[in-house]
Ligand binder design. Sequence first.
Ligand code: 2IT
Length: 450
Amino acid sequence: MNSYVKQTIDLIYDKYRTQPEFVQAVEEFLLSIEPVVAKHPEYEKYDLLMRLVMPERLFKFRVVWTDDEGKTHTNTGYRCQFNGAIGPYKGGLRFQKNVNESIIKFLAFEQIFKNALTGMPIGGGKGGSDFDPAGKSDAEIMRFCQSFMSALYRYIGPDIDVPAGDMGVSAREIGYLFGQYRRLKGNFENGVLTGKGLSYGGSLIRPEATGYGAVYYLQEVLKHENDTFVGKRIGVSGYGNVAWGIMKKAAELGAKVTYMSGPDGYIHDPDGIITKEKLDFILQMRRTDPVHCKPYADKFGCEFVEGKKFWGVKDVDIYMPAAVQNDVGFETAKKIAESGVKYYIEVANMPTTNDALTYLRSCDHMIVAPSKAVNAGGVGVSALEMSQNSERLSWTAEEVDKHLHRMMKNIHDESMKVAEEYGLGYDLVSGANIAGFLKVATAMMEQGLF
Ligand code: 2IT
């Protein structure tokens, strides 16, 4: 291994012992870009890798809010402005009980290269809170968002840092966050947030963009393999916003999602989640109860397996983990490989542990695509929302979709091309890491030391 890469990994292990998710993301990335570092001795002279793995800054703040009974609660808020070399920091906010500094940093780190891959001028950031949205009333959500934004507003802006949604943050939360930002700043800078409602500058297709983009990317993978969507059965973990977009777009293109899962277990629908009635039902089910997918089985008379995941089933052609980080560990990866499935397309951020990912990539019969490329359509359309806001106009759904489609094809093709240049063959994981890295590294080298 290149000594500078090894030395940086050792340093990370030592310095960030208490941040396992962050160390995991960094190690996976550095091992991928090793052939590039080996070719560029100047990186070591200018300590590029250490500068790359240390955030430019990270805010950690208190968020105090009052529940409907009048009781006060205190949560921790975060915003990590990781790398701004190619544009304003950009990335979502995650509201989830388990959020901590390690999770925010891993997400922000992945975001840097994902954002670079979109070809749009956006740097990498991420934020959130350990606030648990489950069971909160609308008024409680509003008060929490207002308090969160009161702490954050002075550090963000359309040319500084542009947050968006992630788990636990969708258009409703973005609305409350924007309202508070506008109230505090006394101006209408709607480019400060993306994923907004259409009534105040949101973009058409943004809610669907991550799922649609994942399917467009997959389409390029299938093309490369002289394969098509026709009749393909897809297993998607999760049934949130992203999984829903996958179901809808896959159905449009002739494939079908036959497995989905939630925190309560998994659903097997051999006919596929393809009709409008089924897709609409999922939307409604999620709104009324975001932690159970069983009602789908009750409604449409299909199999529900409680408390289990479907990994390892043989009657799918494509696996798409689209739920949480580290969903697929080593034992699960073995089951997936043994099922004989060819395509493993990551969708959620870092859904695979490093040992599992290494194992899947080593299986000759499999093609593995990395989340930071596959899910980049979400933030890609966020960047298009920023463009529309700065132009003070809005594009049609067709225009946004056309840009998204082209973006996803470019990400696939560029990853493929750069991997080939480095003699790695059709290696979409290394290709995405290297392509993203080269854009950011070039900008950092050109901007001098800081
Ligand atoms: O993980 C992600 O890329 C997102 N949550 C979307 C971020 C964004 O700025 O749209």
